[in-house]
Ligand binder design. Structure first.
Ligand SMILES: *Cc1c(COP(=O)(O)O)cnc(C)c1O
Length: 475
């Protein structure tokens, strides 16, 4: 008689056979992805009702499961890896990232402490240092000094951790003046990502403590207005705590002036966090490093390799200049997590660098991607995306029906139809309805724009050309 554990688990041969099938399935999917509609057109509730109400009593075969993957799930997918994905920002994956994720899933280690998998911690520390070099970021964040980096799930979490650390630093600094009782304030421009206000809420400050600063003609934060707001808040008895500089805003990839913001932050002891979630990857190309000018003056910096850098979701990179403050703000040590390595002070326990305790071996994705492409390969790929964006922009500049609405800083081109908001919106909807490509339309200061972001792993120049052809046909 077989015991339940002998009977029910896949044996090694089954794991091998089925996992190979899964890989083949994914590769077939990616090879044929272009023939699919980018956006799913299912009705709400369709997928839900196609699934049985209860889990099966008896186990089913992998073939039966894969069959329903095709029948039930696929019609309800939006294909982010489609080569004509120009919407939002990219959420890329790549061959090396996919392979790394398979290994990481198979190892299934928990890297919460150094002791619970030393390699999980040490590969990550090395990868965070590699990324600094790859992007030309300041040595202040390097693990060999007071600073250091950690992989988080998302930029939203990184920003929240920055705020928790900032709160810790400010309340300590201000302890003689009863800073803890004062209302802490957070500053960012009206063009920043919604995750900033969300972290202000989660950290318990409340949305009313979030100050939205006006922007200049390039949609960058107005630094003079920022300083004035800080002074007003000080007069009102508030405690200015953190400011966020956005490098590459979500709507138009505007780039805040980090250096100028840093000068204000230093005058008033405000934590400066730089959110370069999408744009960070651009700095692999040396000519783009201007976007991070002044970052060495910031207290923390974050970008998402899981957007543009061919690393599959989730993989956010977050650095602080002063790791002690971060760790202090997030570390609670219960008896069952005590161990000699931690007590020696010679190791990093990444559980103290973010909100969850458990953590997967995400550094493998970075390692595989950076080794497979090499810094040269990554540079060439990002440079190509920038060239495509420039090409597309040039076509629009010569087009009498379309115009460029906002300064192009990297791989995002913002366009509008000459006859106005209504026509622009109609055409954006039509492009998405047709299903062959995807774009995002948004309102920026009352103006309807269509955003084209060029940065997909599967995208080739022919897709960029087709995108412009489509605009011409429809406009
Ligand atoms: C995408 C984006 C975010 C949020 O990223 P998550 O990793 O999904 O939290 C934050 N800020 C900017 C500027 C972004 O582009």
């Amino acid at each position: 008689m077989e015991s339940p554990s002998e009977k029910h688990h896949w044996n090694p041969d089954e794991v091998r056979k089925n996992a190979h099938k899964a890989v083949d399935w994914v590769v077939d999917y990616l090879e044929g992805i272009e023939s699919r509609r980018v956006y799913s057109n299912v009705e709400p509730g369709q997928i839900f009702s196609d699934l049985p109400e209860k889990a099966p009593m008896a186990g089913e075969t992998f073939d039966e499961i894969l069959h329903d993957m095709d029948q039930i799930v696929m019609p309800g997918l939006t294909h982010w890896q489609h080569p004509s994905w120009f919407a939002f920002f990219n959420a890329n994956t790549s061959g090396p990232s996919l392979a790394a994720d398979i290994l990481s899933s198979g190892l299934a280690v928990q890297g919460m402490l150094w002791q619970t998998s030393p390699a999980c911690t040490e590969v990550e520390t090395r990868m965070m240092d590699w990324l600094l070099d790859l992007l030309g970021l300041p040595q202040e964040f390097h693990s060999s000094g007071e600073g250091g980096g950690v992989i988080q799930d998302t930029a939203s979490s990184a920003t929240l951790c920055a705020l928790i650390a900032a709160r810790e630093r400010v309340s300590e600094f201000d302890v003689d003046r009863n800073g803890v009782d004062k209302k802490m304030t957070v500053y960012a421009s009206g063009q920043t990502h919604s995750s900033i206000e969300k972290s202000v809420r989660i950290a318990g400050l409340g949305s009313e403590q979030f100050r939205t600063i006006p922007t200049d003609e390039k949609l960058r934060i107005d630094v003079g207005a920022f300083e004035k707001q800080v002074q007003m808040d000080l007069e009102a008895g508030c405690l200015p705590t953190m400011a966020v500089a956005t490098v590459g805003t979500t709507a138009t990839t505007a780039v805040d002036q980090v250096k100028e913001m840093a000068a204000v932050c230093q005058r008033y002891n405000i934590w400066l966090h730089v959110d370069s979630a999408h744009a960070g990857t651009a700095a692999i190309v040396p000519e783009m490093r201007w976007i991070h000018e002044g970052v060495q003056e910031a207290d923390s910096f974050t970008f998402n390799p899981h957007k543009w850098m061919f690393v599959g979701f989730d993989c956010n990179a977050f650095w602080v200049k002063d790791k002690k403050t971060l760790v202090k703000s997030l570390s609670v040590l219960p008896e069952y997590l005590r161990n000699a390595a931690t007590e020696s002070g010679n190791v990093i326990d990444y559980r103290d660098w973010h909100i969850p305790l458990g953590r997967r071996f995400r550094a493998l994705k970075l390692w595989f991607v950076m080794r497979s492409y090499g810094s040269q390969g990554l540079k060439e790929l990002i440079a190509e995306h920038l060239e495509w964006a420039q090409w597309f922009e040039n076509q629009v500049l010569q087009d009498s029906n379309w115009r460029i609405t906002h300064l192009r800083t990297m791989n995002l081109v913002c366009v509008a139809h000459h006859s106005g908001n209504e026509q622009t919106e109609k055409i954006a909807e039509l492009i998405n309805e047709q299903g062959e490509m995807s774009v995002t339309s948004t309102l920026v200061e009352g103006e309807r724009i269509i955003r084209f972001c060029f940065g997909g792993t599967q995208t080739r120049f022919e897709h960029v050309k087709a995108a412009y052809e489509r605009l011409r046909e429809l406009g």
